[in-house]
Ligand binder design. Structure first.
Ligand code: GRF
Length: 189
């Protein structure tokens, strides 16, 4: 039975676009819903262009059950966080055990947790003189950036690299790996 994936995102949606592209002709899964908490976010434009159902996440309802009931109603089997900045509430974790994955733009457990997102991550990595960074794809639990790690990939940091240059290297890793890792996880279930 074809899995129905909901992608949660708050920003530009470049990862969401790559995931949509990857599953476009897939037999095993389809992107059935784009959920976003920020009106006007780029990911909502992508949902329009791709004619994928979208839902604007309201904070009050989200705090109640993380839209778990809504997702179940839509027949969603799997949840992908692709730059979604709100913590996942327990009811949503409970509704989708080991069926929610997240991508983080650093090598967890370092450089993760509340407030560590986007440029803040790359600034901290460079400020600490790290020689490499990378991405982490992990199962989601009730803490930020904390669940079991599924996959990591690394990139080198050259002397003089700016946070923007590091962000570009990280985005390349994300786009290269996230869709395929999602597919691998789906095939394990
Ligand atoms: C990515 O860097 C991802 O690692 C982080 O949020 C960002 C989302 O970027 N969780 P985009 O909206 O997919 O372009």
């Amino acid at each position: 039975m074809k899995q129905k994936i909901a992608v949660f995102a708050s920003g530009a949606g470049s990862n969401a676009q790559k995931i949509i592209d990857h599953f476009r002709a897939s037999e095993i899964a389809e992107i059935s819903l784009i959920a976003c908490n920020k009106p006007g976010a780029g990911v909502l434009t992508i949902a329009e262009q791709e004619q994928i159902e979208q839902v604007l996440i309201e904070r009050e309802q989200y705090k109640k059950d993380g839209y778990a009931a809504f997702l179940k109603e839509k027949g969603i089997n799997f949840v992908v966080l692709a730059g979604f900045l709100w913590k996942i509430p327990q009811p949503l974790i409970d509704a989708y055990p080991r069926k929610i994955v997240n991508i983080h733009p650093a090598l967890l457990p370092a450089y993760g947790g509340k407030g560590m997102y986007g440029a803040f991550v790359h600034q901290a990595v460079i400020a600490n003189g790290e020689k490499q960074s990378g991405i982490t794809i992990h199962y989601v639990d009730e803490h930020y950036d904390h669940g079991d790690i599924i996959f990591q990939a690394t990139c080198n940091i050259e002397p003089g690299d700016t946070p923007e240059q590091l962000a570009q290297k990280i985005h390349l890793l994300e786009h290269a790996h996230f869709p395929a890792v999602i597919e691998q996880v789906l095939q394990q279930h």
